[in-house]
Design a protein around this ligand. Structure first.
Ligand SMILES: [Zn+2]
Length: 158
């Protein structure tokens, strides 16, 4: 199974995994009842603080912690793209700083739509063809590599 990921709902930032070359950061996964799971170093397979996103989705919608059921609920029709299926409660993903967030705060912040998928799957960010550096902001266009200055023109043949 390949990597997958989302964007945080508060900042719209991609959640990179620990193999991607971008720094991971603390992510809060919440349900609609104020429960929180904290992930410090995302592995790329949908688990936050040891809890599977789709297992939690299944539970939030009245079924057991069944990952396949969660995926079924999230993607009732694969051609729809899967995000934001009407009437389904999605876990939420946030990047809030330490110290914020009582259960009431999280319940207030909760949005049933859930997060957007990350088109880079938390891993496939643009990298410099010359030095291999992963570019720091996946949303930005780089005319040259911040690390080595490579501007996309081919190196002279040796
Ligand atoms: Zn470079």
């Amino acid at each position: 199974m390949g990597f997958f990921s989302w964007k945080t709902q508060d900042e719209g930032k991609t959640i990179p995994n620990q193999f991607s070359g971008l720094a991971t950061y603390k992510v809060y996964m919440i349900d609609n009842k104020g429960n929180v799971w904290i992930e410090e170093n995302y592995e790329g397979y949908g688990k936050f603080g040891g809890k599977d996103y789709y297992e939690l989705l299944s539970e939030m919608n009245g079924d057991g912690p069944d990952r396949s059921r969660g995926i079924e609920l999230a993607f009732p029709n694969f051609s729809s793209g899967g995000d934001h299926t009407e009437g389904v409660l999605y876990p939420n993903l946030f990047r809030w700083k330490e110290g914020n967030g009582t259960a009431e705060d999280w319940i207030k912040a909760y949005d049933p739509k859930g997060p957007e998928s990350c088109e880079f799957q938390g891993y496939f960010y643009e990298q410099c063809e010359r030095c291999g550096e992963t570019y720091p902001d996946p949303q930005e266009y780089y005319s040259e590599c911040p690390e080595c200055g490579y501007d996309g023109t081919l190196d002279e043949e040796e």
